[in-house]
Ligand binder design. Structure first.
Ligand code: AMP
Length: 393
């Protein structure tokens, strides 16, 4: 009987999922990919098969599907009827925070759940939803094994010195430290490099994960040694709606001089800043690139400028640079942004190959001391691989 692994990525108002088939040998294939968005407002389910053909597109009343448990039941119903004769062998979850404890994925137990709940204050906007999805599966199928895969785990290889903020030491002990995120994406890229670019896989590589959330990771021989993100996913680069790294004095100013509440500042920093806030137009890079508006151009310029600054800092951590790798929505799809970033990184010895960049690489440089690459990431497959491995499937 065919065995399946379900991968879940639960957000505050969405539940994304991918279903993989497990073969006796070889890589797993995604046979269904979908999401429910608008939970609590206007829930809508969209599902495609492995070839990208539409399987379902349904809209419901918000009363019908209000939370993750109901969303999961809808997804389970649809997948059960479509994949009759197959058996669900396990569920892998994206869990944003593994705290200081977890450097690897974990089989979920009641004890592990209690520990993961301790990390809710470290990621209050994401961790509760990730854990809610685990509980929702437990309610429907208590015996089904579940695996938690952490966005922070890949960065646990970083040296201790890289993990501090200059606060009194006790804050570090209380968990206020640099963690880094997008770890599943970086782990996937680190795993893909030896086959695609063997000459650089063992070297000093900076990976730029440029999506609606954006960060960069410095890797030495495929292991994380530095990241632009720190305590939360607000740090580092300019993002779709987040400002990235900024002077903490700004938060004090907003609290003390502008009389903003913590909740209002949270909303400003997570939802109203970044490309959206600077441009005043939107957070979709495609829209900004197509716009003639001066503020759209400013937002793009600042986005690229910040990548360049961070690249310099991470190259310093690495003691030089052998390669720059672009991935995620913007990194994989926007030749223009890659070109602007590479031009700015000419001082590091990157010489862009414009024709290769237009066609998407994978190698988009020629000659030069450092090379540049485009590699599609696949966080869902990474979670499925971990789940398969931990469950010995
Ligand atoms: P992700 O979070 O990885 O799904 O990436 C989402 C981001 O990728 C959005 O900001 C999109 O605007 C951006 N994106 C997707 N396709 C393109 C493209 N062809 N050119 C520029 N940006 C793109």
């Amino acid at each position: 009987m065919e065995r399946l692994i379900l991968v879940l990525n639960a957000g505050s108002s969405s539940l994304k999922f991918s279903l993989f088939t497990v073969r006796t040998a070889g890589e797993m294939d995604a046979v269904a990919v979908g999401q429910i968005e608008g939970l609590g407002t206007a829930p809508r389910l969209k599902v495609k098969d492995g070839a990208g053909e539409r399987i379902a597109d349904e809209q419901w009343d918000k009363g019908e599907v209000s939370g993750h448990a109901q969303a999961l039941q809808r997804i389970a119903g649809l997948l059960r009827s479509r994949f009759q004769g197959s058996v669900l062998a396990g569920v892998g979850h994206r869990v944003v925070h593994g705290g200081p404890d977890y450097a690897a994925p974990l089989l979920v137990t009641p004890e592990a759940m209690r520990r993961l709940e301790d990390f809710i204050p470290l990621a209050p906007l994401h961790q509760p939803h990730n854990l809610a999805a685990i509980r929702a599966v437990q309610e429907v199928q208590p015996d089904l094994p579940q695996v938690a895969c952490f966005d922070t785990a890949f960065h646990q290889t970083q040296e201790r010195v890289a993990q501090f903020y200059g606060l009194p030491y006790e804050y570090f002990e209380r968990g206020v430290r640099r963690y880094g995120f997008h770890g599943l994406s970086y782990e996937y890229i680190a795993g893909a490099l030896p086959a695609v670019a063997p000459a650089i896989a063992g070297g000093r590589v900076v990976v730029a994960h440029l999506g609606s959330g954006a960060s960069m990771c410095a890797m030495r021989a495929g292991r994380s040694v530095g990241s632009s993100m720190g305590f939360t996913a607000l740090d580092g680069l300019l993002m779709g709606t987040r400002p990235g790294n900024m002077d903490p004095g700004i938060v004090l100013y907003l609290l003390q001089q502008e009389g903003m509440s913590a909740k209002q500042i949270e909303d400003l920093l997570y939802k109203r800043s970044g490309l959206l806030g600077l441009s005043g137009i939107g957070n979709d890079m495609r829209v900004l690139l197509a716009s003639e508006d001066a503020r759209a151009r400013l937002a793009i310029e600042h986005f690229v400028y910040r990548i360049g600054r961070e690249l310099g800092a991470l190259a310093a951590v690495l003691g030089g640079l052998d390669a720059l790798v672009f991935t995620a929505g913007i990194g994989e799809n926007s030749a223009r942004i890659r070109e602007l970033v590479c031009e700015q990184a000419a001082w590091l010895g990157i010489e862009i190959d414009r024709a290769a960049n237009e066609t998407g690489g994978p190698c988009i440089s020629r000659g030069g001391k450092a090379s540049a690459w485009v590699l599609p990431t696949n966080e869902e497959l990474m979670i499925a691989r971990h789940t398969r491995h931990l469950l010995a499937l």
